[in-house]
Design a protein around this ligand. Sequence first.
Ligand code: NAD
Ligand code: UD1
Length: 350
Amino acid sequence: MKRILITGGTGFIGSHTVSCLLEKGFDLCIVDSLINSSKKSLERVKEILKKKNIDINEKINFFKGDLRDKSFIDSLFKSSAKEGKPIDGVIHFAGLKAVAESVVDPIKYWDNNVIGSFNLIKSMNENNCKTIVFSSSATVYGNNSDQLISESSNINTINPYGSTKLVVENLLNDIQDKNSRKWKIAILRYFNPIGAHHSGLIGENPLEKPNNVFPLIINAAYEKDRLKVFGNDWPTHDGTCIRDYIHVMDLAEAHITAIDYLFKNNNQLINLNIGTGKGYSVLDLIKTFEKVNNVEVPFIFSNRRDGDSCKLVANNLKAKQILNWNPLRSLEDMCRDGWRWKQMNPKGYF
Ligand code: NAD
Ligand code: UD1
């Protein structure tokens, strides 16, 4: 079975993807600096697989380290090759993701996200590993007003976090020389991942106060901390902004199909939107959460957030066609699973 290096594998999306990859039998090297996650997520992944009677002990190897340390990354490629199990491909999740923090401290974001990615890609090149799935974001489309955003929609980043995603996309485009095509690259642009593993054993575990709406809805329901809904005068059916929320397990499964697709096909670079193609407003999300979980989500309306977009929904046809992937879980599933995670782990992994 192929060996995959997963960067950022103890984080929110990484840990869910790790559980799916192990279930499929892949052999994994997981790297994380633990700057925004806990190693306990991997203990929980082991629990999930144990319950399914899947033996993974030899297939989950964790290395604590930072991608900005190139000698550390080199050592992973070298020791894997020495073991006779070279790394066949990489899924690159590691990165910082708080938009507001990136505005306050852009250098921190360029240092971590850009230098880290550059070192990784350089080391891959030197070690002749040329298959990579990269976590990009719908943030590269900025304030796009297209009804549905397709991969050819205008790119226009509006904050340093977005710039770091775009510059890594550009680097990947540059190394994929149009004539020689030596690489296999999938750039996945995620829309709004929410929810948690159905078991309630792994989920989103932000170490700082969250800024995204879904963990704030959970906190509002749990701690009765009122959620601020940013604006009720947008030109939408109920005046609140619309987003494309995708269950984190559907997103995790997109990575399995993407790396599998790259392994089985000719060298190429593909950009793919990973969303459901369905838009829901903030109020739709709150009401669904309240209904399926039978809880109240206290909220007040406040001013629009600077830089917000009215509506961001994916055209996901390209991902569906190329990967033969389909998001299967509903908004109800996302709300139910996210709440189960919170109830089972009120303090996250701690
Ligand atoms: P996360 O913070 O839970 O996971 C990222 C992981 O990367 C963390 O475990 C962190 O400790 C690790 N990390 C960060 N910098 C590192 C470094 N230099 N070296 C080694 N490890 C490092 O975030 P997530 O939600 O799982 O996001 C994963 C990826 O997906 C990120 O690149 C993020 O930008 C991207 N993304 C996330 C979302 C979202 O809404 N969650 C949306 C679009 C794109
Ligand atoms: C944010 C990021 C984006 C990133 C995406 C997924 C910004 C400006 N953009 O986008 O780069 O790709 O997350 O990680 O942060 N909302 C409230 N109250 C809140 C928080 C949010 O009403 O306290 C609303 C927002 O106005 C928005 C919706 O909820 O309409 C979703 O917000 P959020 O979860 O922050 O995601 P995005 O805005 O899509």
